[in-house]
Structure formats: structure tokens, C-alpha cells
Design a protein around this ligand. Structure first.
Ligand code: ADP
Length: 323
């Protein structure tokens, strides 16, 4: 097995709270093992441009509690070309990078797979508030995003209650409804619209609001996952059919910010250490996953082929709670 002397770490794709905690864990684990850690700026752009800094154990002081990513993140279309990958490999050779830890989502792992195919060992760490990575039950950032959305909706609830309105809240999640489902359950939503499930607007939303009004319910919260489409249209329909004042709030990027929760900090720390130890043990083209609450690693190609469903029993529970 080739000796590993230098490991590079990057964050790529959409940011997620807890990425800094993962970077810190990678840096500190490298320091523990007595190897050099290099921080690569702006995802795969930094590998192409050589925008790279040396990180020592002290360079990550205090970052565990900070949202965002100290290494910056960016999309890098150039890396999706053969030319781009060659430039990145050239940088790895020039700087003596023996392994790369790539923190991000599925796109980031595709990039890591390309590097591994060209002989640079890589391990991916799942970080996305969407929690849509099929190979892992948990992705860094999801818990914090749920809590952020929950706090915002609790505040909305206060004013909706005073004015006896309906709040239609659009939450993030790209094409997945995990964030919407969790947040909807946590805030006692009347209905949760997710891309994975057909919903009967008349029966599951309008009728529930009508019944709620008869039963003297003062306000309603409807959660719409961004992958479903327009929250505006949902609000207009509610107004039209029930006469209730329905207001739209798009939570947007505040869901990606903020200090990471304990859950995110702990998983990020464990995943960062696991990835460094993995590279040192000769692993490559792997992604770190949480399966049955334990850390394992999986082949990136295998992981990318998997499909993640919305937990049906959770969805049914959410419907039972909405009365
Ligand atoms: P995420 O990692 O959150 O899924 P993206 O899909 O935007 O985010 O991917 C992040 C970056 O990973 C892209 O900008 C690109 O540099 C790299 N990437 C994405 N898809 C591929 C691919 N098929 N091949 C190589 N690199 C890719």
C-alpha cells in the first residue's frame, strides 16, 4: 500500500451546516496521524486552479459551531470535462496529494469517482440539507435545517393564529420531500405536499381546512416541498375554495445557514475521522454512510445507483395527525 503523506479536503455543491465540523475533523485526524492536510478552496475549482492552503490543527479552532464552509463551495462545470479532471490530477501530482476527502452530495461524489478512476484515492462525506443521498440514512446539515425551519414556522404560527390565517410554507429539499416531511410533522402541519406522493388537493387540503374551521381551528399550516412546484398556486386554491386568507412564506436559504445542531456536529466529526482513517487504510472510491445508526463505507458507484424513498409509515403518521 502506498504511503499517504498528504490529504486534501474540499466542500462542493450546496453548503450545509456542519460542513465546518467535518473539515475540522479531517484536519485534526490528519494532525493526529502526523500527516499534512491541505484545504482546497471552492470545491473542484480549487483543484483545477491550485487554490489550496495548508491546514494545521489550530487552523480550525472554533469552526465546529459555525455554519457554512470555511473552504467555500462552488459548482465547477469545468471539472465535468476530461480536460478539467486532467488539470485536477495534475495539481494532485504537483502538490503530492495522496488522497482527497470530498464533502457534499451526489454530484460531489461523481467528481470523487472520476478522481479515483485516475488514481487519486477519494472518500466522500454526505452533506446536504435535502437528506436525499440514498446510501445513507443521514446527511450532515439535515438536522440543523429541520430545526431552523421549525423555529421559523413556530414564529409564523403565532401571527397566523392571531389573524386566523393559513400559512403556506415552502421548504427546500430539491426533488426530495424529507425536509418537508420532518418539518411538517414537527410543526403539526395540516397537510404536507411532497414530490414523492400524490396528494388529493380537495380531500387532503381543502376538506381538512373546511372541517378545521367548523371545529373552530383558528389557523392552518401547509408545508410545500420545493420539488412540488408553486406554493403560490396552493395558496390561491385555498383562498378560492375556503375563503380563508392564505399567505405564502418561502423559507429559502435561511435553511442552509446557522450554527449546526449537536446531531450534525457529532456525525460530521465522526464521518471526518472515519474518512481519514479509511484513506490511510488504503480505501478509495468510497462514500461514508450511516446505516442502522452505524458508520460504514460503500463503493461510490454502488451508492449512486441506489434509490431513496420517503418513509411511507412516517408519511401516513403525518396524515393521521392532521385533523
Ligand atoms: P451536490 O454535490 O450537492 O450534489 P452538484 O450536483 O452541484 O452538488 O455537484 C457539485 C460539483 O460536483 C459540480 O459542480 C461538479 O464540479 C462536480 N460534479 C457533479 N456531477 C459530476 C459528474 N457527473 N462528473 C464529475 N463531476 C461532477
Amino acid at each position: 500500500m502506498a504511503k499517504i503523506n498528504r490529504i486534501g479536503v474540499l466542500t462542493s455543491g450546496g453548503d450545509a451546516p456542519g460542513m465546518n465540523a467535518a473539515i475540522r475533523a479531517v484536519v485534526r485526524s490528519c494532525s493526529y496521524y502526523g500527516i499534512t492536510c491541505l484545504g482546497i478552496h471552492r470545491g473542484y475549482n480549487g483543484l483545477i486552479n491550485g487554490d489550496i492552503v495548508t491546514m494545521d490543527a489550530r487552523s480550525v479552532n472554533g469552526v465546529i459551531s459555525r455554519g457554512g464552509t470555511m473552504l467555500y463551495t462552488a459548482r465547477c462545470p469545468e471539472f465535468m470535462t476530461e480536460e478539467g479532471v486532467k488539470k485536477a490530477i495534475g495539481t494532485c501530482k504537483y502538490l503530492g496529494i495522496d488522497g482527497i476527502i470530498a464533502i457534499g452530495g451526489d454530484g460531489t461524489f461523481r467528481g470523487a469517482r472520476d478522481l479515483a478512476a485516475h488514481g487519486v484515492p477519494t472518500i466522500g462525506i454526505p452533506a446536504t440539507i435535502d437528506n436525499d443521498i440514498a446510501s445513507t440514512q443521514y446527511s450532515i446539515g439535515f438536522d440543523t435545517a429541520c430545526n431552523t425551519a421549525q423555529d421559523a414556522i413556530d414564529k409564523l404560527r403565532d401571527t397566523m393564529q392571531s389573524h386566523e390565517r393559513c400559512s403556506v410554507v415552502e421548504v427546500m429539499g430539491r426533488n426530495a420531500g424529507h425536509l418537508a416531511l420532518h418539518v411538517g410533522i414537527a410543526t403539526g402541519a395540516t397537510a404536507i405536499l411532497v414530490p414523492e406522493k400524490e396528494l388529493d388537493m380537495e380531500q387532503d387540503v381543502i376538506e381538512k381546512i373546511r372541517l378545521g374551521r367548523i371545529n373552530k381551528r383558528s389557523h392552518f399550516i401547509i408545508i410545500v416541498a420545493e420539488g412540488v412546484g408553486s406554493a403560490m398556486k396552493v395558496a390561491e386554491k385555498i383562498k378560492e375554495e375556503t375563503g380563508i386568507d392564505a399567505r405564502v412564506t418561502i423559507l429559502g436559504h435561511i435553511q442552509r445557514g446557522g450554527s449546526p445542531s449537536a446531531e450534525d456536529r457529532v456525525w460530521a466529526t465522526r464521518m471526518g475521522e472515519y474518512a481519514v482513517t479509511g484513506i490511510l487504510n488504503g480505501k478509495s472510491n468510497r462514500v461514508v454512510c450511516v446505516v442502522n445508526d452505524k458508520l460504514i463505507d460503500m463503493d461510490i458507484n454502488e451508492a449512486l445507483e441506489m434509490h431513496k424513498d420517503l418513509p411511507n409509515e412516517m408519511y401516513l403518521t403525518s396524515k393521521m395527525m392532521a385533523v
